[in-house]
Design a protein around this ligand. Structure first.
Ligand code: SAM
Length: 224
C-alpha cells in the first residue's frame, strides 16, 4: 500500500506521464480534488478506477477514510484539478496523516504551472522564490515592501480579477523598470507570454480585460 501523489496536466491533456497513467489505472482508489473535473481526464484515458473527492475543505473524516483504505492494503492516487498536488492545492493534511501511519508516499512527477512559466520566462531560474497565490488582502504591503530588495526571480499565481490591481501595486512599490513576465493559459490554445517591464505590462492591461489563468514572473531587483 502507498499513497501516490500524481501530477496531472495544467491544460493540455496530453501532458501526462506514462507512469501517471499506469498508477491511476492500477490504483484501488483515486482521491481527486473535484471528481467531475478530473472525470474528463480519466475518461480520455479510459481509467475506470473509483474516484472520491478530497479537497481544501475535506475534514478529518475524509482523511481518516483514505487512511483506512491505505491501511487495509489499498493503493491510493491523489490528484488535484491541475498540476502537482500540494502546490497551492490540497495534499498536506493527507500526506501528514499518511506519514503518521508509516504509509509510503510515492511522488509521480509532472507539470506545475509555476515551473512551466519559469521555464519559458527568459529570466534567471537557477534560484527563485515561489510565493503561491499573491496575498489577497492581509500581508500585501509587507510582501510588496520585501520584494523591493529581492534579488531572486519571484514567481506567483494571481487570479484574472486581481491581476490589474497587483500590477498597479507592483508599479507603485517597485521600480517600474523591473522585468516582468505574464504567463497566461499555459499549454492551452491561447497560451501567451507577455515579456516586458512592470510599467509596460501595467499599460498593456489598461486596454484589455484579463482572461484565463495567470502566472506572474518578476525579475530580481539586481536585474534592472
Ligand atoms: N497545483 C497547481 C500547479 O501545480 O501549478 C496549481 C493549482 S492553483 C489552485 C491554480 C492556479 O495555478 C491558477 O489560478 C493559476 O494562477 C495557476 N495555473 C494553473 N494552471 C495554469 C495554466 N494552464 N496557465 C497559467 N496558470 C495556471
Amino acid at each position: 500500500m502507498a499513497l501516490h501523489i500524481v501530477s496531472t496536466p495544467i491544460g493540455n491533456l496530453d501532458d501526462i506521464t506514462i507512469r501517471a497513467l499506469e498508477v491511476l489505472k492500477s490504483a484501488d482508489l483515486i482521491a481527486a480534488e473535484d471528481t467531475r473535473h478530473s472525470g474528463i481526464l480519466l475518461k480520455k484515458y479510459a481509467i475506470e478506477t473509483k474516484a472520491i473527492s478530497f479537497h481544501a475543505h475535506s475534514g478529518k473524516t475524509k482523511v481518516d477514510k483514505i487512511i483506512t483504505a491505505l491501511k487495509s492494503g489499498k493503493n491510493v492516487a491523489l490528484i488535484s484539478d491541475a498540476g502537482t498536488p500540494g502546490i497551492s492545492d490540497p495534499a498536506y493534511s493527507l500526506i501528514q496523516a499518511a506519514l503518521e501511519h508509516s504509509i509510503t508516499i510515492i511522488p509521480i512527477p509532472g507539470p506545475s504551472a509555476f515551473l512551466t512559466a519559469l521555464t519559458a520566462s527568459g529570466l534567471p531560474i537557477n534560484t527563485f522564490l515561489y510565493l503561491g497565490f499573491f496575498p489577497t488582502k492581509k500581508g500585501r504591503h509587507t510582501l510588496l515592501t520585501s520584494l523591493k530588495e529581492e534579488k531572486r526571480t519571484v514567481v506567483f499565481y494571481e487570479s484574472p480579477h486581481r491581476i490589474v490591481k497587483t500590477l498597479h501595486q507592483l508599479n507603485e512599490y517597485l521600480d517600474p523598470e523591473r522585468k516582468l513576465v505574464i504567463a497566461r493559459e499555459l499549454t492551452k490554445i491561447h497560451e501567451e507570454f507577455i515579456r516586458g517591464t512592470i510599467g509596460e505590462i501595467k499599460k498593456h492591461y489598461e486596454h484589455r480585460k484579463p482572461k484565463g489563468e495567470f502566472v506572474v514572473v518578476l525579475g530580481g531587483a539586481n536585474m534592472v
